[in-house]
Design a protein around this ligand. Structure first.
Ligand code: FES
Length: 103
């Protein structure tokens, strides 16, 4: 059973763009769509650009460097040049607390 760790407040995550958090030695990108929050590794699998700096449309993030697209719910690549999926993390929203399972 995974344990969840509070990483942010829902109210501080903007809609329509990423929010970067450093937690337990990892840099993650959070994306909010309404009350739903997604968490992925904040590093593009193509050349390590910060995906939290990318463009988010509510479902996918577009890398700001070479424009690969990833589905934030699954990490799958929707558009190259990236070929490898990005790691995702389970997210739980409890009131204004955003919690992640990191292991
Ligand atoms: S670094 Fe993201 S597409 Fe190249």
């Amino acid at each position: 059973m995974s344990s969840f760790t509070k990483v942010a407040r829902l109210s501080e995550i903007p809609e329509g763009r990423g929010f970067s958090v450093d937690i337990q030695g990892r840099r993650l990108a959070l994306f909010r769509s309404g009350q739903k929050v997604y968490a992925i590794e904040d590093s593009c699998t193509h050349a390590e650009a910060s995906l939290s700096m990318g463009f988010f449309d509510g479902e996918k993030v577009t890398c700001p460097l070479h424009f690969a697209e990833f589905r934030v719910s699954t990490g799958e690549v929707l558009e190259g040049p990236a070929e490898e999926p990005v790691k995702t993390y389970p997210v739980r929203v409890a009131g204004d607390d955003v919690e992640l399972a990191l292991d």
